[in-house]
Ligand binder design. Structure first.
Ligand code: PRX
Length: 632
């Protein structure tokens, strides 16, 4: 059996050598990495692909079980090591340390609950849950029996939840009686109930008791604790085809409904462990904490799968960085001797606003590696992270990737390759990024700017958009044939380090959350007094970007509570994260002669630009620009 650790670089020379190997003969390279996992049946061929169809298969013909690789594999050499360290929202509630042995047992038990409730291989199960160990247990239980999990972030509204359940035709919903969030509780159960009114595919709903609220069970509802008491704690993992779907995870698109990205079992497993070990350089005994939510891809790949496949101790935190005060992250770091801390630039910027004493109060000597993900990090935030948190002794990995890529694509490797503030730096081993110019031609020199593209498949590339392969093709493979197009712009420095400059489409990243503008505009337009709206992003000190809505009303005399009402509509159709920072009522929107809104101009206005809009004479209504600026 190959050992994956032999392919994890420990020096720049290792990185250079392994990178070269991985791109010179990718199939040979990935085959060696894949051989370090437990396969129930070996694959027929490592990779076959066609960028035009598009179709990618990795380790086709192979059979595996990812939960077996996350759990059973570690029972021999580390049964008593903590797998999940759970830190509750309330610091007064006791934390939990769940060993690999216990996690294995609880996952097996819950797998039996799924089976007892008629969930079979290929069925979709929706998870709408707080950040508690049971969420990870449910994820792993699905994967153990070959059911496809679709985790929906528990901050989404009932409408958004219903849309995701319906799109994936989920047979089961797993939720909780509520969740804790700082000093508030959130009534997840009534949100779920509201969603289920329109989701007839759901036949059973399992409810975890978390906040002890007084909820009423519906006909299809069953308590988690009752269900697990009725089944055994043994469940043999079954061999699942490498290309069978492992999960669906929704991400916003620049138009229309959210895209259910489908990840498959074999390639995702291989890449999530390998990338985790590479980037973080995790060593046995380390305590790794990623502050993301499992409702996002970061939580899937780098709270659950990557760390557990690697036999790591992974922390799950239920709360928020500001409760009971702005020192909570650092209190947890001290309490659990965290060695690896991985968070979002938004959180860093928010915490950097507060006195340094919130950090310095705690002993952070255990920290070895810091990481960021989700959006570009500005130099000031990077420096604060480096100096105040890392005391200039911890490498910072700025990891660029996406829901679609499944794993980290461009990042420095902690303590191994060079870091550079605001640059994600170099591709991961096996990843082949390029910059393309306006004509779609590869830019070969360093020090240039272009759109980012990936020119060769990697094991954890999403295989399709659930139920809409045509859209998958159009969004990611049509603009630049022969490449995967992630929708980001980038530049390189003279050494070939990549800096991600931001989205080149109508997706805005707000506080690290990927928000498509079209669905939010649709929500605003639901208001009976709204004629039309346009949403753009603008730079925000803490959130990275915030949303600016330009709204045309039918009747301006009825505008008293309009902002409140629009915000309410957005919260109920999408979720509070999508609320705009600013709403400006306007008499019209700048449009091209073909009727397309000129967002470029609106973006400039949102940034405070007063003139300098370039040539606007070709607009249908150039005079509107001054009117909007004057009212800004
Ligand atoms: O624009 C890039 C930005 O986040 C987008 C992907 O969002 P999502 O699918 O929600 O996944 C976020 C967590 C992986 C990307 O297209 N992004 C992500 N990481 C970075 C980033 N932008 C700059 N630097 C990063 N490190």
């Amino acid at each position: 059996m190959e050992k994956i650790d032999n392919y994890v670089p420990r020096s720049i020379d290792d990185y250079d050598r392994l990178y070269k190997e991985s791109v010179t003969n990718p199939e040979f390279f990935w085959e060696k990495i894949a051989l370090s996992f437990i396969w129930r049946k070996k694959w027929n061929n490592v990779l076959s692909f066609d960028f035009n169809k598009p179709e990618f298969t990795w380790f086709n013909g192979g059979k595996l079980n990812i939960s077996e690789n996350c759990l059973d594999r570690h029972l021999l050499d580390k049964p008593n090591q903590t797998a999940i360290l759970f830190e509750p929202n309330d610091p007064k509630e006791k934390h939990q340390e769940i060993s690999y042995r216990e996690l294995h047992e609880r996952v097996c038990r819950f797998s039996n609950v799924l089976k007892k409730n008629n969930i079979n291989k290929g069925d979709r199960v929706c998870l709408y849950m707080p950040m508690v160990p049971e969420l990870a247990i449910a994820v792993l239980a699905c994967s153990r029996i070959g059911a496809v999990h679709s985790v929906v972030f528990a901050g989404f509204s009932s409408t958004a939840l219903a849309a995701r359940i319906s799109d994936a035709d989920c047979k089961m919903l797993i939720t909780a009686d509520g969740s804790f969030r700082g000093n508030k509780t959130i009534d997840l159960k009534s949100i779920a109930d509201e969603a289920l009114v329109s989701c007839k595919s759901v036949k059973v709903s399992i409810i975890l008791k978390r906040i002890n609220s007084n909820i009423k069970l519906n006909k299809i509802d069953k308590w988690w604790h009752d269900e697990i008491s009725m089944v055994s704690n043994q469940c043999e993992p079954v061999g699942i085809d490498s290309e069978d779907p492992l999960f669906i995870l929704y991400t916003s698109g620049s138009t229309g409904k959210p895209k259910g990205m489908v990840h498959s079992c074999g390639g995702y497993m291989v890449y999530s462990e390998y990338s985790f070990k590479n980037v973080f350089q995790y060593k046995r005994g380390d305590i790794y904490w990623c502050t993301a939510d499992i409702g996002w891809i970061t939580g899937h790949s780098y709270i659950v799968y990557g760390p557990l496949l690697s036999g790591a101790t992974t922390v799950m935190f239920e709360g928020v960085p500001s409760y009971p005060d702005f020192g909570r992250f650092w209190e947890i770091c001290e309490k659990h001797n965290i060695t690896h801390f991985y968070t979002a630039p938004t959180a860093i910027r928010a915490l950097a606003k507060h006195p340094k004493s919130f950090v310095s109060k705690y002993n952070l000597n255990s920290l070895k590696v810091l990481g960021t993900v989700g959006e570009p990090i500005n130099e000031e935030a990077w420096n604060w992270y480096n100096e105040v948190v890392g005391k200039k002794t911890c490498p910072i990995v700025d990891t660029w990737w996406q829901t679609e890529t499944g794993g980290i694509m461009i990042s420095s490797i902690a303590g191994v390759t060079d870091q550079k503030p605001t640059f994600a730096t170099k591709p991961m081993i096996g990843i082949q990024p390029v910059l393309l110019d306006n004509n779609g031609k590869e830019i070969s020199e360093n020090g240039k700017e272009g759109v980012l593209a990936i020119k060769y498949p990697w094991p954890s590339i999403a295989r399709t958009i659930y139920g809409d392969h045509e859209r998958y093709k159009n969004v990611y493979f049509s603009a630049y044939p022969g490449y995967y197009f992630p929708g980001d712009g980038a530049l390189t420095d003279s050494n070939g380090n990549y800096r991600i400059t931001g989205r080149v489409d109508d997706v805005v990243i707000v506080s690290g959350h990927n928000l498509g503008t079209a669905p939010i505009e649709d929500a605003i337009n639901l208001h009976e007094n709204v004629v039309e709206s346009a949403l753009v992003g603008f730079p925000h000190e803490i959130k990275g970007n915030a949303l600016y809505a330009f709204v045309i009303l039918k009747d301006d005399s009825k505008s008293d509570n309009i902002s409140k009402e629009i915000n309410k509509l957005i919260s109920s159709t999408i979720g509070p994260i999508a609320k705009p920072e600013k709403i400006q009522l306007v008499p019209g929107l700048p449009k091209t002669r073909s009727g397309k809104i000129m967002r470029r101009i609106l973006r400039k206005i949102a940034c405070g630009e007063k003139d300098n809009f370039g040539d606007i004479s070709t607009l249908l209504n150039p005079e509107i620009v001054k009117v909007i600026v004057d009212k800004n």
